[in-house]
Design a protein around this ligand. Structure first.
Ligand SMILES: NC(=O)N[C@@H](CC(=O)O)C(=O)O
Ligand SMILES: [Zn+2]
Ligand SMILES: [Zn+2]
Length: 432
């Protein structure tokens, strides 16, 4: 059965399209995109009326934690991909800090086959840089790249040894893969629970200083530069990091960075009240950092938006602030939060926002998709930019209920998600 998405505002930054058009999908492929295709639809075709709605390439998240294997109480590939679909994502890159760590071919194969069997959106494995994330010995990067790892990361912590990181950058480049770096100097950030500053002092919590991020961003940029490797900085959260990336780009270093919804929407003042849903790594920073992230997005220094979806069980998050795990469950609220922080305040154009969640991540991580080109897989998201909804746990798909946005009334939500021609979410309801 073919599918026709009719009369939507089709916006595809990759092809510079922004028109009211119809899209015809057959056997999972976009077979036509043009005006009035629905007029010639066949009786058996499924029609989705997208009048007044935004039709964009399926969103791609280059940074999430799907927790399987080993962390199934927090999330599974089944629940995590459903959370993704409900958030308008058609592809997710899964970080390797699972148990066991995804640091070899078997781990990559497991993730691919398990996601195929139980997931509702595409899942791309990210392999570990070091064996067991121990930072001592390189993981089997070549093997993992060969069987489908799209990138490498020790996310959750930094690779502390600079020699190992430099070697990893070289190897990744040889395998035509990118390293996505979690930048945090552990010695400067031991046992911290929130950003170091006014609020940590006031709340009596141990701080994580911004400079702990900055020094490792500087180091990883210099290491990448020294071996001519590309590097991607995960969850950029400080003004210092934005400045370092901007300066490096100006001298020709191949460095990109991603920004997460919570770092754009919240500051460390949100920790008042000790809601552990605000505990995240890197931590919520100051207003000055938040503004710097927006400046970095506006001037094109930062071109990728990612969720860093990090679900945890309610039991774990119910501990005292200092003992709760770091992480925010972000897939289901990412789009409306980005909308609020970047579109409503005029920081980005609609084209820039969509590009930062589609073609830019696809290109940087070498993933298929990210556009609506005829002949490509029909990964499509439909957004109702006028839809207002209060964030609640009704219909919530992730096992991680750890969202700091609960109760926020947000405008602009994904209403339909189509993966390879299959409608997996419609009218905010999961269909599979
Ligand atoms: N972001 C987080 O707060 N937590 C992540 C690890 C990480 O992304 O560094 C996790 O795996 O829980
Ligand atoms: Zn991280
Ligand atoms: Zn992460």
């Amino acid at each position: 059965m073919a599918l026709v998405i009719k009369n939507g505002r089709v916006l595809d930054p990759a092809q510079r399209i922004d028109h009211v058009l119809d899209i015809r999908v057959d056997k999972g492929i976009i077979v036509a995109c043009g005006p009035n295709l629905a007029d010639h639809a066949e009786e058996s075709d499924q029609i989705i009326d997208a009048t007044g709605k935004l039709v964009i390439p399926g969103l791609i998240d280059v940074h999430c934690h799907l927790r399987e294997p080993g962390g199934e109480a927090k999330e599974t590939l089944a629940t995590g991909t459903r959370a993704g679909a409900r958030g308008g994502f058609t592809a997710l890159c899964a970080m390797p800090n699972t148990s066991p760590v995804c640091d070899n071919q078997t781990g990559v194969e497991f993730l691919k086959s398990r996601a195929q069997a139980t997931g509702v959106v595409r899942v791309y494995p990210i392999g570990a840089i070091s064996k067991g994330l121990q930072g001592q010995e390189l993981a089997e990067m070549g093997d993992m790249a060969e069987c489908g790892a799209v990138a490498f990361s020790d996310d959750g912590k930094s690779v502390l040894r600079a020699d190992l990181m430099r070697q990893a950058l070289s190897y990744a480049t040889m395998c035509k893969r990118i390293i996505t770096a979690h930048c945090e100097d552990k010695d400067l950030a031991t046992d911290g629970a929130m950003n170091e500053g006014y609020w940590s002092t006031l709340l009596g919590l141990r701080g994580l200083p911004a400079v702990a991020e900055d020094v490792f961003v500087a180091r990883d940029i210099l290491l990448a530069e020294s071996v001519g490797a590309p590097v991607h900085i995960a969850h950029v959260s400080t003004m210092g990091a934005v400045n370092l990336i901007r300066q490096a780009q100006a001298r020709g270093v191949d460095v990109t960075g991603e920004v997460c919804p919570h770092h754009l929407a919240l500051t460390d003042a949100a920790v008042e009240g000790y809601n552990t849903a605000t505990k995240v790594s890197p931590p919520l920073r100051t207003e000055r950092d938040r503004v710097a992230l927006k400046d970095g997005l506006a001037d094109g220094t930062l071109t990728i938006l990612a969720t860093d979806h990090a679900p945890h069980t309610p039991e774990e998050k119910k501990r005292e602030y200092a003992y709760a795990p770091f992480g925010i469950s972000g897939l289901e609220t990412a789009w409306p939060v980005f909308w609020r922080e970047l579109i409503e305040s005029g920081i980005l154009t609609l084209h820039q926002l969509v590009a930062a969640l589609t073609i830019h991540p696809a290109k940087r991580f070498g993933l298929p998709g990210g556009d609506l080109t005829v002949g490509s897989a029909a990964d499509i998201t439909i957004i109702d930019t006028g839809h207002r909804e209060k964030v609640s746990l009704d219909g919530w798909q992730s096992k991680g209920l750890n969202t700091p946005f609960l109760g926020w009334e947000l405008t602009s939500w994904p209403i339909t998600t189509i993966v390879g021609g299959t409608v997996v979410m419609r009218d905010r309801q999961m269909l599979i």
